[in-house]
Design a protein around this ligand. Sequence first.
Ligand SMILES: NC(=O)c1ccc[n+]([C@@H]2O[C@H](COP(=O)([O-])OP(=O)(O)OC[C@H]3O[C@@H](n4cnc5c(N)ncnc54)[C@H](OP(=O)(O)O)[C@@H]3O)[C@@H](O)[C@H]2O)c1
Length: 351
Amino acid sequence: MGRENLTWYLAERPKADIVVGETFRSEKAEAPTADQLKDGQILVEALYLSLDPAMRGWLNDVRSYIPPVAIGEKMRGSAISRVLASKSSKVKAGDLVNASVGWAQVGIVDEKMFEVVEVPANGKVTDALGVLGLTGLTAYFGMAKIGLPKAGETVVVSGAAGATGSVVGQIAKLKGARVVGIAGTDEKCAWLKNELGFDVVLNYKSASFKKDFEQATPNFIDVYWDNVGGEILELALNRAAFHSRFVMCGSISGYNAPGKESKGIRNLFQVTAQRIRMEGFIVFDFLSEYAAARREISQWLAEGKLKRKETIVQGGLENVEQAFLQLFQGQNMGKLLVEVKPYEEKVGARL
Ligand SMILES: NC(=O)c1ccc[n+]([C@@H]2O[C@H](COP(=O)([O-])OP(=O)(O)OC[C@H]3O[C@@H](n4cnc5c(N)ncnc54)[C@H](OP(=O)(O)O)[C@@H]3O)[C@@H](O)[C@H]2O)c1
């Protein structure tokens, strides 16, 4: 038998949180090989797999921005991967790519389903999934297209210590705004304040949160970045400034309770009363502008104006289910990744 390939498949649709050992099913089978490649395809081994709250949405059989994962289908996902063999003119064996290999150690990926990874000055390989990947780009476009923060304005960010929120707040600071970050632990709040330079930080699990929120927004909110929905969105609506912008990025508080999140927002009339511009977006909407955005983010990184953190779950793809739960239990700071196989710069001998 050739190389073994651990792969995870969707076994059943979760009704609430995913259930370890039930929602997904793993299988070890022989890995695909170079002789199976068709023109344009590449064979890759995954190194770092991105875990994203959106993945929970893909498990529900509902109308969304992409079709759900089918029962029995390999779980979708993107990983920084090493090319083992290539029939694509874009890459050769040994190159690093960000590939839609799914929750698997090895896979064959079509030409449209991977991007070459370029590591900028001051950057690292895993940035291609975080600050230069979809979460960093989400922060960039949500602010550039909808939030449009101006110097002196108050910007409030929920989910502020996560992969997206931590970049959102820093971009708002770069634009000269006063930034209020909301997160679920004191450790996260301390990181936002002491290292990322947020002006005010609020722990939404604190007993005084509602009062603290009001005190932190004496001139109301000009830009609210919503990563969480639910009660925090209601609070933000009550503190919205006239003509404020609400960037509707995600609603993680409702992801494990499909259907329930829509009945939670009780004060939507504030959108009318305060003439709020409330707009959703999906990062893919700006695909044609990724390269330009990455140039600007890379510049900020090189100049030390943008910081980022990663939570990397060690121990291989065996741990992916428990790792995925961390997003919903608030255990990650910055971008959550699973180390499928450690990255080594010099691998010539190993290939
Ligand atoms: N529109 C788009 O194109 C797009 C693209 C990427 C991501 N998103 C959305 O952006 C949001 C953040 O995604 P991410 O990838 O950057 O993940 P992340 O913020 O790195 O991780 C999720 C964080 O959400 C917080 N959280 C979990 N349950 C919560 C709850 N019930 N109430 C409040 N906070 C809760 C946790 O932090 P605490 O400890 O603070 O609770 C957790 O660490 C998600 O809503 C995601 O769906 C949208």
